[in-house]
Design a protein around this ligand. Structure first.
Ligand code: FES
Length: 55
């Protein structure tokens, strides 16, 4: 089963295989785990790069 964890003041973490559909329609499969940015500060959107922690 794929699980989704919402981290307080941080990313949305998806654990388990899932397919990401990007705004341009391209897709990619994540095999195990991925962290998705919810703050909009990541330089690697849609993925979290840790910038939500501040600099
Ligand atoms: S949630 Fe981590 S960089 Fe946005």
């Amino acid at each position: 089963m794929t699980k989704v964890n919402l981290m307080a003041n941080g990313p949305l973490i998806v654990i388990g295989e899932h397919t990401v559909t990007h705004p341009d329609g391209s897709t990619e499969v994540k095999e195990a785990r991925a962290s998705y940015c919810r703050c909009g500060k990541s330089s690697n959107l849609p993925f979290c790069d840790g910038r939500h922690k501040g600099e």
